[in-house]
Design a protein around this ligand. Sequence first.
Ligand SMILES: *[C@@H]1O[C@H](CO)[C@@H](O)[C@H](O)[C@H]1NC(C)=O
Ligand SMILES: *[C@@H]1O[C@H](CO)[C@@H](O)[C@H](O)[C@H]1NC(C)=O
Length: 289
Amino acid sequence: MASSSSKMLIILMVVGSFVLASANFYQNFDITWGDGRAQILNNGELLTLSLDKGSGSGFQSKNEYLFGKIDMQLKLVPGNSAGTVTAYYLKSAGSAWDEIDFEFLGNLSGDPYTLHTNVFSQGKGNREQQFHLWFDPIADFHTYSILWNPQNIIFYVDGTPIREFKNTESLGVAYLKSQPMRIYSSLWNADDWATRGGLIKTDWSQAPFTASYRNYNAVDVCVWSSSSGSSSCNSNSDNSDSWLSEQLDNTSQQKLNWVQKNYMIYDYCKDSKRFPQGFPPECAVNNAS
Ligand SMILES: *[C@@H]1O[C@H](CO)[C@@H](O)[C@H](O)[C@H]1NC(C)=O
Ligand SMILES: *[C@@H]1O[C@H](CO)[C@@H](O)[C@H](O)[C@H]1NC(C)=O
């Protein structure tokens, strides 16, 4: 008896760990480039990208999504990361593509990373907002999330909203609503522009540069099937798809205002030199209030 019930326990534990492991990097992502510089470790719980003088590296999701609420934890390249860029983004295919970007621009030791964000709809971007962070992103993992639904796109850092891109089709601005996107990430050398406009070059004596990823979470997503040409939405643990209509509530709006007031270092919607004829229409509603 004792031995058969302990066998049963072992079987249950194996089944249980298989279920947990199903949200892992092996199951959800493909390493797409870098010739061995990207690695999936710890039974799929950890992914590392690295960059040296020969090449960077990258991965992409197996699934395509048409709306979703996606979390990933990243720990950025430590030390002197000037010239390196760690990009984490959603992107569709084609020449009139949609894209939602997080890009982390490295810096000299002790100088702050810049978090660069952008939104492309039907191939049109030029919607940069940049931030410094209120913590040291190399000391530990932090959660970077995107909520993308038919009403709005919200960028979050550790659950705090930092940027919102509302659906402003009523103002004539194309919205990201019909092209399924994959998740991509890459670590590459961009010392021609990334750090202080390209003044500071990558110090290859510090290579390899490594960024780490864990705890990918995409429970609330609509997964696209190209064979059926439709998407099917997963419900989350409380069986609701409220995320599909989620917007900032007042508390979150206040947090967003706090971040934009204290940590935003560039906003295209305030760059009047760049838009002498007037700001793009979406700027009327996407400014912090
Ligand atoms: C690097 O550090 C400088 C000095 O603090 C800062 O102005 C800049 O925004 C930082 N980031 C990049 C990518 O240059
Ligand atoms: C949220 O803010 C709006 C406008 O600022 C206000 O009208 C509304 O009463 C607020 N709601 C709550 C729950 O505080």
